[in-house]
Design a protein around this ligand. Structure first.
Ligand code: FAD
Length: 387
């Protein structure tokens, strides 16, 4: 007998599945063709309260842990939908919750919880720095009651669909800092005021429908009151939010993996070639079974990382390992699903080619596999640092 653990938060999962049923493949295919934003889907999730699960009850959220959020995103992805348009509304607020002042929490969190304010843009990556975040050049110079920001960011997703953005910039040049990770600060940018007044947003068209953009800052004034935490400590604040992000992305991969396995299994049972179901051939069965085995193992790591996060344990290594295993398992499942479907795997109307493109992202963003391996090699195994 197979011992299978019951999925966590069954009521939440069922409610998410019901909501997602209103957004079938044709909806996503249309948006994908036009590279447009799933406004109706995001509104439905907001109104149902699914995007505020991590916000404490005192600020209007449901005060649940990351494990509940993983259930929401996994089901979205298993249903064939995509949480990329709004998942950051769940966790970007963590920077304010953990490091903001009481006044900032009171001013923003209730409105983020209700959806009145969209806080789902997170500006870290720059074209010249790449993964080496301490080399960012976007600079915020203090001038009276304001910071004046100049510089450039790339791959900043949902910037056009956010009222607020958490922005990492340098406030002290790298050369003047004791450590490269010092001298960076986090500002909360009000996008409604910024666009056209020093901030320009340029969309980037990519292989998936992801509303990602390039940002140009040209003397953008941001009130000093919008500094989160202490000046110069921003890198640490951003790092602490990244663990949540990696775990949530990992569970989207688990959802994607289930989508591919569900579809491949159903198709293999149904499709008749040479007078029998293709699923009778072990050449078809085994890759599906292998995908299931790999995904189940990855899911265990995702659950462990989420649990550690909820218990307040650091868990950076586990969050990284969960993201790597889950993104590789979903990619294997995606490739398997295309192969199982033969030519139909390439047809837009089957949604498989779309999900194939979507799940490929996660081996690169929000952190690429090599950087995770490097973390494990040096921080866990004590191997010499290569950079
Ligand atoms: C669709 C999309 C959405 C994104 N959304 C956001 C967002 O909202 N906000 C944000 O701030 N960023 C975002 N990103 C950026 C994303 O986090 C980065 O693309 C990712 O972290 C990789 O950085 P990079 O592209 O600069 O690659 P690079 O740092 O240029 O690296 C390129 C390749 O070289 C490898 N590499 C680099 N250095 C080493 C080394 N020392 N050893 C071994 N291998 C190495 C990397 O693993 C990678 O495979 C997004 C990216 C994409 C594509």
């Amino acid at each position: 007998m197979i011992i299978q653990t019951e999925p966590s938060f069954p009521e939440i999962r069922e409610a998410v599945r019901r909501l997602c049923a209103n957004f079938p493949g044709e909806y996503w295919q249309r948006l994908d063709r036009d590279r447009s934003y799933p406004t109706e889907f995001v509104t439905a999730l907001t109104e149902a309260g699914f995007l505020s699960v991590l916000i404490p009850e005192e600020f209007g959220g449901s005060g649940l842990g990351l494990s509940a959020a993983t259930a929401v995103l996994e089901e979205i992805h298993r249903s064939g939908c995509n949480g990329g348009a709004c998942h950051a509304q769940m966790y970007t607020m963590g920077t304010i919750l953990k490091h903001g002042s009481e006044a900032q929490k009171q001013a923003y969190l209730p409105k983020v919880a209700s959806g009145e304010l969209r806080l789902q843009a997170f500006g870290v990556t720059e074209p010249t720095a790449g993964t080496d975040t301490t080399r960012i050049r976007t600079f915020a110079r203090r001038d009276g009651d304001d910071y004046v920001v100049t510089g450039q960011k790339i791959w900043i997703s949902r910037a056009e669909h956010s009222d607020l953005m958490v922005l990492l910039c340098r406030t002290t040049p790298r050369e003047q800092c004791a450590k490269p990770s010092d001298g960076m600060s986090v500002l909360l940018v009000d996008m409604r005021e910024a666009v056209g007044n020093g901030l320009t947003i340029r969309p980037i068209r990519t292989m998936l429908n992801h509303a990602t953009t390039e940002l140009f800052f040209d003397d953008l004034r941001v009130p000093a009151a919008n500094l989160i935490g202490e000046e110069g400590k921003g890198f640490r604040y951003i790092l602490s939010g990244m663990n949540a992000e990696r775990i949530l992305i990992a569970c989207e991969c688990i959802g994607d993996g289930h989508f591919f396995i569900d579809r491949a299994t159903a198709y293999a049972k149904d499709r008749q070639v040479f007078g029998r179901a293709i699923g009778e051939n072990q050449g078809i069965q085994f890759p599906i079974a292998r995908a299931y085995v790999q995904l189940s193992a990855a899911a265990e790591m995702v659950n462990k990382a989420a649990q550690m996060f909820d218990e307040g344990l650091t868990g950076g290594t586990e969050a990284n390992m969960a993201k790597m295993l889950a993104s590789e398992a979903s990619w294997y499942a995606a490739d398997m699903c295309v192969q199982t479907h033969g030519g139909f795997g390439f047809a837009e109307e089957y949604d498989i080619e779309r999900k194939f493109r979507e799940t490929r992202l996660y081996q690169v963003a929000p952190i690429s596999t090599n950087l995770i391996l490097s973390h494990v090699a040096t921080h866990v195994l004590g191997l010499p640092k290569s950079f």
